[in-house]
Design a protein around this ligand. Structure first.
Ligand code: ZN
Length: 194
């Protein structure tokens, strides 16, 4: 199965992902594919449910460039100790071309496991803090458009409708399965690793 980035309003983007209980070769292969997709689409982070996988994990490379910076995999992340507030522009590979200012805690602590199952503990600020909060939101079925103020909501209304029209069109053309088929596949994948 080749992974693909799914776009709003695909239902898996609203699926709250379950913690992973088994790290196997297939999962490691998917993580490698997620990095490739993230670089190809010029992102700095990508969550598993953005490639239609119902697992609580995401990948990050703050530089967004293969061979540069550090590639990090966060499995079963838990955020704590939010401090301050900062507003900055965000985009999302599941909403390509859409950008808006999002207010989030400026500092955050994250606990997670890496791909070998070793625990990680990081205290983050700046872009890195923003990226892990954006990606953890994905795992909870939340998108950055949910966090906009009323003016921001108004600005994204028309572009979101355009995404919805395109999604329905692709579905009519047979490119996207029906909701029931998507749910059945998600349940099957969850049963093997969560
Ligand atoms: Zn995103």
């Amino acid at each position: 199965m080749a992974l693909e980035i799914i776009q709003y309003p695909h239902p898996t983007l609203r699926h709250p992902s379950r913690p992973v209980k088994k790290l196997d070769a297939e999962l490691r292969g998917w993580v490698a594919e997620m990095f490739i997709l993230m670089y190809r689409h010029k992102g700095v982070g990508l969550a598993a449910n953005q490639v239609d996988l119902p697992y609580r994990l995401f990948v990050v490379n703050q530089t967004g460039e293969q061979g540069k910076g550090e590639e990090l995999v966060f499995i079963n992340p838990v955020l704590s100790s939010p401090k301050g507030l900062e507003e900055a522009e965000e985009g999302c590979l599941s909403l390509p071309g859409l950008y808006a200012d999002v207010r989030r805690p400026a500092k955050i602590t994250i606990d997670a496991f890496d791909l070998r199952g070793r625990p990680m503990h990081l205290e983050l600020d700046g872009l890195f803090a923003r990226v892990v909060q954006h990606e953890t939101d994905h795992l909870d079925g939340r998108l950055f458009i949910d966090r906009l103020n009323s003016l921001g909501q108004l600005k994204v209304k028309a572009p979101l409708e355009e995404f919805e029209i395109q999604f329905m069109q692709r579905r009519r053309e047979g490119g996207i399965p029906a909701d029931e088929a998507i749910r059945a596949r998600i349940n099957e994948l969850q049963a093997t690793r969560t």
